[in-house]
Write a protein that binds this ligand. Structure first.
Ligand SMILES: NC(=O)c1ccc[n+]([C@@H]2O[C@H](COP(=O)([O-])OP(=O)(O)OC[C@H]3O[C@@H](n4cnc5c(N)ncnc54)[C@H](O)[C@@H]3O)[C@@H](O)[C@H]2O)c1
Length: 383
């Protein structure tokens, strides 16, 4: 491929996620990136986002792909990620695709194969890998400030408009178009982060519930997952899309040499305790004095998406493979699907059992007849 000096992006999908990415942020423009084109099957969304961001609006998919774009930012429902990634790659364009990679492992494999075959750069837009607070945590973990992690707790709660659950036509949280409820939609972020910090998962146990009486095509809005990593670390992931507060994330890591508390609703998202000699304050809780770019939701999302877009553009310009590999993104989907399988089995399920299931039956079978697995908790709740 010819060397270029600036990556010209087109977007597919002009919905909610487009507002998080660089094109929705006027602050801090990056000379490496220019958004020039958009395609959506919904004319209203297409025209609104194109007009606001001065993009050429395409209603013809092939013409969009043939236009003067180098890369596509894919912002569409999950069941379309594989099919559209294949088409974008075949057209010779680089692909930055929103999380989760896809609804099944087989679809993930198709995406990896198509982008490798076409020789284009491919990254899943997992913004939790690009949050400055998470990158700081990763650095101090690598320096040994916390020692060996043996216990972790992580949470994502988001207030989603209840209509998103109650409307059967709205694709988010559906089994067929969303690949499941909150475990797929939000849990995949947490798993991608934990895998980065802790390595490979050995086994899982998950419980799913509905706190809203959503239609039968919708998955769980609330869940808890317990994971055991191969390192021996045990972890709980709490997830809900019906919390009354706006989107927030928090994580607690306990290690043999220290503790990290992270909460994105705090002004400084990190508190650290470490017995390591190089820690900023040894043996007492402190917040790092170096500035960590941060702001409560929606800022921490727009900050991370801006870094993610910039990083992917740099990979294209410098001809480097992204550090967050498609295989790692696939592994996050694998842990999500393992969690669903454990909920269905009603017992702890190992990654080996999951891989056997995947081989024999295919991962698209996991969410089949899943509805009875979800506890109907809404009967007990007074909203
Ligand atoms: N990283 C994050 O923080 C974050 C936040 C929100 C959403 N997301 C992800 O972004 C993606 C999009 O989610 P969203 O919330 O923006 O959804 P959305 O429903 O708000 O927008 C999706 C858009 O895709 C369009 N679309 C549907 N089918 C299409 C097709 N065949 N061709 C072209 N356009 C099509 C729709 O018309 C709509 O405009 C999902 O993968 C989601 O998980 C990520």
């Amino acid at each position: 491929m010819d060397a270029i000096e600036q990556v010209k992006f087109g977007i597919i999908g002009c919905g909610n996620a487009s507002s998080y990415h660089t094109l929705g942020i006027k602050k801090d423009p990056n000379p490496n990136i220019k958004f020039i084109a958009a395609y959506d099957i919904n004319d209203r969304n297409l025209n609104r986002v194109s007009k606001r961001n001065k993009l050429t609006a395409f209603t013809d998919f092939d013409k969009f792909l043939q236009s003067d774009i180098d890369a596509v930012l894919l912002l569409v429902p999950h069941f379309l990620h594989a099919e559209l990634t294949e088409k974008i790659a075949e057209a010779g364009k680089h692909v930055l695709c929103e999380k989760p990679m896809a609804c099944t492992l087989e679809e993930c494999d198709r995406m990896i194969e198509a982008t490798k075959k076409a020789g284009v750069k491919f990254m899943i837009a997992e913004n939790h890998r690009f949050l400055p607070a998470h990158q700081y945590i990763k650095q101090i973990l690598d320096k040994g400030f916390i020692g060996d992690i043996f216990l972790a707790r992580t949470y994502e709660g988001a207030y989603c408009d209840p209509q998103e659950f109650l409307d059967p036509e709205f694709w988010h949280f559906t089994f067929d178009k969303g690949g499941g409820g909150v475990v797929m939609d939000q849990g995949v972020h947490k798993v991608a982060m934990l895998n980065w910090f802790l390595g490979k998962v050995e086994s899982a146990q998950c419980w799913c519930s509905k706190t809203l009486k959503s239609p039968p095509n919708k998955g769980e809005d609330t869940a808890i997952i317990l994971l055991r990593y191969k390192s021996g670390a045990v972890v709980s992931i709490s997830l809900s899309s019906t919390t009354v507060h706006p989107l927030n994330n928090s994580t607690e890591l306990q290690g043999t040499k220290g503790t990290i508390y992270e909460d994105h609703s705090w002004e400084n998202p990190l508190k650290i305790f470490s017995s390591h000699s190089e820690a900023e304050k040894k043996g007492e809780f402190y917040s790092p004095s170096i500035p960590i770019e941060h702001g409560a939701y929606p800022q921490y999302y727009t900050i991370s998406a801006r870094y993610e877009d910039r990083y992917f553009a740099e990979c294209i310009l410098k001809d480097r493979e992204p550090e967050f590999t498609p295989e790692q993104a696939k592994e996050a989907v694998a842990v999500v699907l393992l969690s669903y399988l454990s909920a269905k089995n009603g017992k702890i399920t190992t990654m080996d059992e999951f891989r056997n299931f995947a081989k024999q039956k295919g991962t698209d079978k996991i969410l089949k007849d899943f509805l009875p697995v979800i506890q109907n908790n809404y009967k007990n709740l007074n909203w």
